[in-house]
Design a protein around this ligand. Structure first.
Ligand code: ATP
Ligand code: MG
Ligand code: MG
Length: 434
């Protein structure tokens, strides 16, 4: 894709916007862009530089993303709403064309990486609460203050706040406390971004050079401070990113939104969507953080589609879809008969959220009951009955921080075994799947 209309090729040290930003290292890429760690010589901070492909449809998409990101940043001048901040944007001319560039605050690893580092076992519930508070703060801001639907909320699109930038001194900030594996291997850095690791190594070498020089001059050596070993006292702040698919609630973009596993039932049956669709994705994300597994992983099978499997999995975990809701969408007739029963998947294994949490994910009775009480209303099939982000923020579960450690005990598990995240999802599967 490094051709006319495609990505812009970047070499480390390249400068952008009349020399203001210096490219340091590639952070990632997507269908539309490459994203680079860059040094902002004006603010002396690291930033993420997103360089869009140049063809007109990509430029158009970037303009839309910039419009949304600008509204987000203009409404949140103190940068406290748990959404990524747009710092700047400009055009960059290269051999493949004109590229729109977005300068974003530099963030760390995604929650998906955090789940992987935790070997798909689920995070400690106190951490889940902390992350949920951030996501809900972001959603409340987007929904009630701006009228924006994210439409693609999922762990991959939520990034942990980086520990690099708080101090402007590159050596001191690179040595700032680092999140580590909560239990088990004390040497295993968890959420530290690869980039942070490299910068830290660089900083260590710099410190070592200074020490050597001082020592050779007869002075004492500089001892670099050790990074903190545990999470205590470090809050797990994160921010919502990727507004390429976001839309204004009064101008819906597409009929089909959201990544499959996080897709709300009203999107599948096409009965119209709004803010509650984000709340559904939030519920699926919270479940995944706490259990380490996706809530729903639908697959097509003999005689039924992925959509039908998805609806069946939802009903097995959350109960029957009320007839009025099931039959109220443009696509309802494709899936349901007039009684609101699935046409092609007839026998469902009915379970419950609480039972899945205790039986499959080994939550204690109390943890399972309290978490299910929080989650169940968010996963109401009727979007109008789902609580808003603002209402969720008031829920006692979010404020019930406990002292004890891991809620879903990993007793007896081999610490080196990576537990696979696959499977039917949610703990049950209807017989037709097997
Ligand atoms: P997609 O195909 O997902 O829409 P995209 O081209 O719109 O991709 P993004 O998803 O915005 O690009 O970014 C690509 C990757 O760059 C992300 O997955 C992430 O790894 C990294 N990234 C994006 N924004 C930041 C940021 N602010 N700080 C650090 N890394 C980032
Ligand atoms: Mg993305
Ligand atoms: Mg995107």
């Amino acid at each position: 894709s490094y051709r006319k209309g495609g990505y812009h090729a970047v070499r480390i040290g390249d400068s952008f916007s009349s020399g203001r930003y210096i490219a340091q290292q590639k952070l990632g890429w997507g269908q539309f862009s490459t994203v680079w760690l860059a040094y902002d010589t004006q603010s002396s901070k690291y930033v993420a530089l997103k360089i869009q492909k140049s063809a007109p449809q990509f430029a158009q998409a970037a303009l839309h993303e910039i419009e949304i990101l600008s509204a987000i940043s203009n409404g949140d001048l103190s940068n406290a709403k748990c959404v990524v901040c747009l710092i700047d944007h400009f055009k960059h001319a290269g051999p493949n064309g004109q590229h729109l560039c977005m300068v974003l605050e530099f963030l760390g690893d995604s929650l998906l990486r955090l789940i992987k580092y935790n070997r798909y076992k689920g995070l400690e519930l106190n951490r889940v609460r902390e992350i949920c508070r951030c996501i809900l703060t972001a959603l409340n801001y987007l929904h009630s203050q701006l009228g924006i639907i994210h439409t693609d909320l999922k762990p991959e699109n939520i990034l942990l706040c980086s520990t690099i930038n708080p101090s402007k001194d590159p050596i001191r900030s690179a040595m700032s406390p680092v999140l580590e594996r909560p239990e088990g291997n004390p040497n295993g850095g968890v959420t530290m971004n690869r980039i942070e690791k490299k910068l830290k190594q660089k900083a260590r070498r710099a410190v070592a050079r200074i020490s050597e020089r001082r020592a050779s001059m007869g002075g004492g050596g500089v001892v670099p401070p050790k990074p903190a070993r545990c999470l205590n006292g470090i809050d797990l702040k994160c921010k919502v990113v990727d507004f390429g698919n976001a839309c204004w609630a009064n101008k819906p973009i597409a009929d089909e939104i959201q990544t499959r596993q996080y897709r709300a039932p009203e999107v599948i049956i096409q009965s119209g969507y709004s803010f509650p669709a984000d709340m559904w994705s939030f519920g699926c994300t919270a479940f995944e953080l706490a259990t380490g597994e996706m809530m729903f992983t639908p697959k097509s099978g003999q005689g039924f589609s992925e959509d039908e499997d998805h609806l069946a999995l939802m009903m097995e975990l959350l109960g029957k879809i009320p007839r009025k809701v099931a039959t109220g969408g443009a696509r309802s007739k494709d899936y349901f008969d007039r009684y609101g029963d699935l046409k092609r998947i007839r026998r469902l294994k009915h379970g419950s959220l609480g039972r899945a949490l205790t039986d499959k994910y080994k939550f204690s009775e109390a943890d399972a009951r309290e978490f299910a009480e929080f989650l169940q209303p968010i996963l109401d099939f009727d979007p109008e009955k789902r609580p808003s982000a603002e209402q969720c923020l008031q829920h006692p579960w979010l404020n019930a921080n406990r002292n004890e450690g891991h809620a879903n005990g990993n007793v007896g598990e081999d610490a080196n075994v990576v537990v696979s995240g696959g499977g039917g999802g949610g703990g049950m599967s209807h017989p037709q799947l097997k």
